[in-house]
Structure formats: structure tokens, C-alpha cells
Design a protein around this ligand. Sequence first.
Ligand code: MLT
Ligand code: MN
Ligand code: ZN
Length: 324
Amino acid sequence: MKIHVLGSAAGGGFPQWNCNCTNCYGVRSGRIEATARTQSSIAVSLDEERWLLFNASPDLRAQLEATPALQPRRGLRGTGIHAVVLADSQIDHTTGLLLLREGCPLDVYCTDMVAEDLSTGFPIFKMLESWDGGVNHHQIPVDGSSFKVTGMEGLRITAVPLDGKAPPYSPHRHDPHIGDNVGFYIEDTQNNTAIFYAPGLGVMTQRLLDIMMAADCVLVDGTFWQEDEMIVAGVGSKLAAEMGHLPQSGDNGMMQWMNKLTGPRKILIHINNTNPILIEDSIQRQQLTSQGIEVAWDGMAFEVVPQSRDSEVLRRKHGEYAHA
Ligand code: MLT
Ligand code: MN
Ligand code: ZN
């Protein structure tokens, strides 16, 4: 299974268009050791011909231009994008669907809750009906059963419901439902490798840790370094928890959880522009590095390599993790 990180920043990107915070100003002026990043999305492939897009970022057009593997190869019109899978209905994860309008009908896999948001509060599914065939919505189960994408049957995907809020424009913003936010356990059934992808993850649990333990690589929420980061930076009033993101530092923070993960490669993704880990020579970044945690960057591409792990985890991996 091959992974392409198309975008590694949180909503707004890095730098954010209207932001003059230390990081955004720093990267624009070249005063900090940091690289610009587009909004979060990854592409996954088994044959490097057909790619499954996980989330469709507002930066998708630039991401495709930067990624030859996903560009048209033959015929007058074409794309490497076989289908799209959505983790939630947030702007930074779905707006890119509008940029794919010339390729309708689009096969889009998402939960019923996400499909509802994208037909009501942010009605891009409805809008796309005006293009040939619009969106074919394939329902993602949220009961722990896996699903397959037609034409990419070598991948087995299981949505893992996560705590979090629906976006501000969702009709059920204040009434959380299972399926508003999910992570994905993605298995290559041929090579028996797996990744866990969750760009928005507000609460870690032992069960989530077990799922991650069964993966060879995890790509998880790296939005904030600290709980009150937006407030301290002077750019917002919300805590990380209110936004559905678990910060890296602090008691029960992502770093503490990641330290319990012994097998898989650990990568943080969906980094907010206020996060000091974007500065490559910051102490926060050094702390991650010393603990074997990587920070995703746009253009990062790799083959998932099986990790060594104890037999108990292997057993779980060969069975359905959901029944572990
Ligand atoms: C989030 O995940 O909290 C988003 O990045 C917020 C946004 O897109 O504005
Ligand atoms: Mn986001
Ligand atoms: Zn900023």
C-alpha cells in the first residue's frame, strides 16, 4: 500500500491567508525553519494507478498539480483519483469535491451523517447534481463492519467513529451523532499491512490505542501542541477540546498515548498554523523527534512497511480488529 500525503495542514493551511502569527509571518518571510503546507488530505493506492482520495481539500487542484501519480495518464480526459472517502463534512475536507466537478459522476464514500450535512448545511452534493451524474454516495457503515471500494477490492476499510462535533453549518451541530467524525483503519489484504488515518481526533481511548497498535503506520491528529494554543496565540477563543482535537502536550495528550504505541510508525498530520512543531528546530519538534514521532509534510510519500509486533497484536490483526 502506497501513501501520498497531499496536504498536511489543518483548516486554513500554513501560512493562513489572513494570519500574521509567529509561524505564518515566519514562513512567509523565511525567518523560521519551516515549510508551507496545504490543507489535509492523503491518497492511498495498491497499484499506483488507482488512488483513493481520503478527504478532498480546498487545495486539491494545487495538490494534484504537485503529484504526477494522480494526473491523467492516457486518453483525452482522465485522473488517478478512483474515488473519494470523507472522514467528516468539514470545509477543509470536502470543498475539493467542487473542484472535481468536471469528473462527475464522482464515487464518494461517507457516513449518512456526512452525506446529510453535504446535502443540507453545506449542500455540495446537491450542487454537484448539476454536473453529469453528480455524486454517487456510497454509505460507510459505522457499526464496526468493514467496506470495500468497487475497483479497489484489495483494500479493506473500517470506519472508526470518533468523538467530535459536526461543523458549525451542520443541522445537528449541537446534537452529536455517531458518524459525524470517523477515522479509518485501512488494510492491504494482499500484503497484510494496515494504516490508521484520523486527521481529527479529540479523545483517545484504550480501544483506539488497540486499533492503532494493530496498524503498521498511524497518521493522526497533529492540530495543536497545547490545549489553549489558539487563545495564547491571540487568534481564537476556543480550546482544542472544543474543536475536537487532542493536543500533543500535557497529561493524557497525544504524545503520552503515542509513547504507548510500540509497533507502528507514528506520523502527525493536520497541523494547525499556530503549532510550534511546524518549526523544524523548535524544542517541541525535537521532543517529538526524540520520541520517534514524525510530522507529515506535503509530498511525503511512502510504502507501508510491516512492523514487528508481539504475537497478541498479530493475532488481532489477522482477525477482525473490531472483535478483539
Ligand atoms: C478543524 O478540523 O477544526 C478545522 O480544520 C477547522 C476549519 O476547517 O476551519
Ligand atoms: Mn480540519
Ligand atoms: Zn497563523
